[in-house]
Design a protein around this ligand. Structure first.
Ligand code: SAM
Ligand code: SF4
Length: 463
């Protein structure tokens, strides 16, 4: 019934012939062509255990990341709309039986205040996040939410792409969701391991494994071009989860000619009164986590990979280099927490899980720039209809960078002019100048023109 073949995954994990350093070296050599890996090759790399091969794995992943994504890092922030939920996921503070959590659902006015706060920080991309509830996260309310957020305009600054992390919808509702103008539809399987899934989801609509597993098929069939898959690492063996996640990506690619637009790799964080989060059954250590990020990058080079503020700044920095292409910054994970004052709010009583990175957007931008990464606020592809197969075609032919780099530089200049602190500006202006100087020919001329337009006060300049 399912395209996730547990038997085959377990067979690969146990196959001793894949635990061989010569084989792993050959696979790493092949991986540097940036053409991807199959499941068996990925399984072999998951067995890497020696310091020498770890180094090689990380440097190959870095090469591939730079080849496809250059040094760009796309920034976004989550916006939690409601923490009311009918499910009882054992790892989440929003689960219905958690009586210690204060429940809150934002009104449209409150949503506008939250989004305005994010616009004033400099954000251009938002991920709206909902608990599952027939009224508080109905398709009509999701539509009103999205409309309201898109309507905000602060001196030419606005939210230009809204991605949505919401429970699986019917085919008809996915069609409606598309009509609201969302960017990516995101939904994580949490765990692909069936028995673990049934343990972690004791009741509620989420208990239906297949309904969730086929959400992306329904979304793509309903015309949503960009879908984001993910697994919550820590619920079951990380090798199983990584291979299953790749199996899902390959299946989408096989059936629809495009893989997932993004893969997310959240790691379980402590959450109020959530037994599986307080004591993760299969906690993933930092080195194994870095290894699986690098392997996903090599296996699906064209898929964006998202890292959130669940992770600490130190590990975030390490993971950028081996494959991450999108990051959240300045995030909060409870409804209303951006605009409400600290005094009126004890965040822990409302939030979904604890964060590892508490820095502001400005601090993250400064840090990324100091490390040589180019923060990007670009949202051009989706608004220019470069989604789905059109995006993949550009990415696979290696041409996407010619569009992304100018757009990243122009939107970064916009951020610096409008929102950066003096400290960040000082570091970043120099960085930006060097970046532009490193580009030749007509592309450089186009970039200089775009930057001049931004500096003259034009906003939302892109190609
Ligand atoms: N309620 C919807 C659902 O479950 O699909 C929307 C998303 S839920 C609010 C967002 C994601 O947070 C979940 O899919 C899960 O992967 C992640 N999450 C839940 N509890 C977590 C925890 N303790 N640590 C890290 N991530 C967690
Ligand atoms: Fe509800 Fe989603 Fe949390 Fe599960 S993970 S309890 S469905 S908000």
């Amino acid at each position: 019934m399912y395209f996730i073949n547990e038997e085959y995954i377990n067979y690969l994990i146990k196959d001793d012939s894949l635990n061989n350093e010569d084989l792993q070296k050959d696979i790493l050599f092949k991986a540097s062509e940036a053409k991807g890996l199959n499941l068996k090759e990925s399984a072999a790399l998951l067995n890497i255990n020696s310091p020498e091969l770890y180094e090689e794995l990380f440097s190959r992943a870095k090469e591939v990341k730079e080849k496809i994504y250059g040094n760009r890092l796309v920034l976004f922030a989550p916006l939690y709309i409601t923490n009311i939920c009918v499910n009882n996921c054992l790892y989440c503070a929003f689960r219905k039986d958690n009586r210690k959590l204060k429940r809150k659902s934002l009104s449209l006015e409150e949503i506008e205040a939250e989004a305005e706060f994010l616009v004033k920080q400099g954000h251009k991309r938002i991920l709206v996040v909902f608990g599952e509830h027939p009224k508080k996260s109905s398709i009509d309310f999701i539509g009103e939410t999205i409309n309201r957020i898109y309507s905000i305009n602060y001196n030419g600054n606005n939210i230009r792409r809204i991605n949505a992390n919401i429970a699986p919808l019917t085919f008809e509702d996915f069609k409606t969701l598309k009509s609201f103008g969302i960017g990516t539809y995101q939904c994580f399987q949490e765990t692909y391991h069936y028995d673990t899934y049934m343990t972690m989801h004791p009741e509620g609509p989420k208990r239906d494994y297949a309904w969730r597993l086929y959400a992306m098929d329904r979304a793509l069939q309903a015309g949503i071009d960009d879908v984001g898959i993910g697994a919550l690492f820590g619920l079951t063996d990380y090798k199983f989860e990584t291979l299953a996640l790749l199996m899902h990506a390959f299946d989408l690619d096989f059936k629809y000619g495009i893989g997932p637009h993004t893969i997310s790799i959240p790691r379980l964080e402590p959450a109020l009164n959530a037994p599986a989060a307080i004591n993760p059954p299969h906690a993933v250590d930092d080195l194994s986590f870095k290894k699986l990020v690098a392997i996903i990058r090599l296996a699906v080079p064209y898929t964006g990979m998202i890292l959130t503020t669940r992770e600490r700044p130190e590990i975030r920095r390490e993971l950028f280099s081996v494959g991450i292409s999108q990051i959240s910054a300045g995030s909060r994970t409870s409804p209303g927490s951006y605009s409400e004052s600290k005094e009126s709010l004890d965040e822990r009583e409302l939030q979904q899980f604890q964060l590892g990175d508490h820095r502001s957007l400005d601090e993250v931008v400064r840090d990324c720039t100091s490390l040589g990464y180019l923060p990007s606020f670009c949202t051009a592809c989706y608004r220019s209809n470069r989604t789905g197969d059109r995006f993949m075609e550009l990415a696979k032919s290696g041409n996407i960078g010619k569009i992304c780099t100018p757009n990243a530089l122009a939107t970064f200049q916009e951020y610096l002019n409008d929102f950066a602190t003096v400290e960040t500006k000082t570091i970043a202006e120099n960085f930006l100048k060097n970046e532009i100087e490193g580009i030749n020919g007509t592309t450089r001329k186009k970039i200089e023109k775009m930057i001049t337009q931004v500096n003259a006060g034009e906003r939302d300049v892109y190609m």
